[in-house]
Design a protein around this ligand. Sequence first.
Ligand code: MG
Ligand code: MG
Length: 293
Amino acid sequence: MRSKREPGVQVKTQPQLAFMWEAGQVVAAALQAAAEAAAPGVSTADLDAVASARIAAAGAIPSFLGYHGFPATVCTCINDEIVHGIPSASRVLQEGDVISIDCGASVEGWHADAAVTVGVGVIPAEATKLIADCERALWQGLAAARAGARLSDISHAVERSARAAGAYGIVEDYVGHGIGSEMHMDPPVPNYGRPGRGPVLAEGMALAIEPLLVLGSPETRLLDDGWTVASEDGGWSAHFEHTVAITAAGPWVLTAFTGPPAGTVAAGQVIVGGAAPPGNRTRPDEEVVLHGQ
Ligand code: MG
Ligand code: MG
């Protein structure tokens, strides 16, 4: 079913997707550890160190470190910061903050990219709802990443979910992307738009889907550090991201340990887990050979 693939969207082989899955599991572990470490008194540099140690222990390579000069392993964004925040020893989390952590890693040159948003202690109710609604919008988008669908079906699913959930700003200045032998590849994956447009999704493609929702206007501003993007009006933001591969059996979420989270999509709509692309296992004893084996 690869005859309809659009030129310009990289199609991965089975072993390449297995490397991306391996990278995805490292990213999931790094994000989980960093999110669990997020507490009052902890700096964003501390969270970076936690994620960095997990990636190093797994023998993977951090994708962000040195990317266009970015100086850290994760991006950390607090409250009204939206994306691309630089971890710092002087940014210390406080009770009631909301923090997003974004992380990428590669194995054998194959990348995975994901992000989570968590509250620090007790957070405002509207922030709790924002976080849940952003995560649901992501999983609705993931569930739309099916062979034969069009790219903008994903965008539409994200937007529909977000709009149904609340009067959120949906950031348009920053979008999801193709991913594989590089972290950022074609095609761009907006978090809004009409369905039925763009490339036809084909087996072996992989995408990073990443809604950015704001309590307020979706307009953004770049801070003086040249990296951190914040909301123009100070509204708090949430960011969730997963890397998903299109397979014969459905959307394979490479950067998740478990899922989908309760209240997002039905379990049968997405695939989580496994080391070989679902639906492509020809014999039980025929396993993808991973690096080092
Ligand atoms: Mg990311
Ligand atoms: Mg990304």
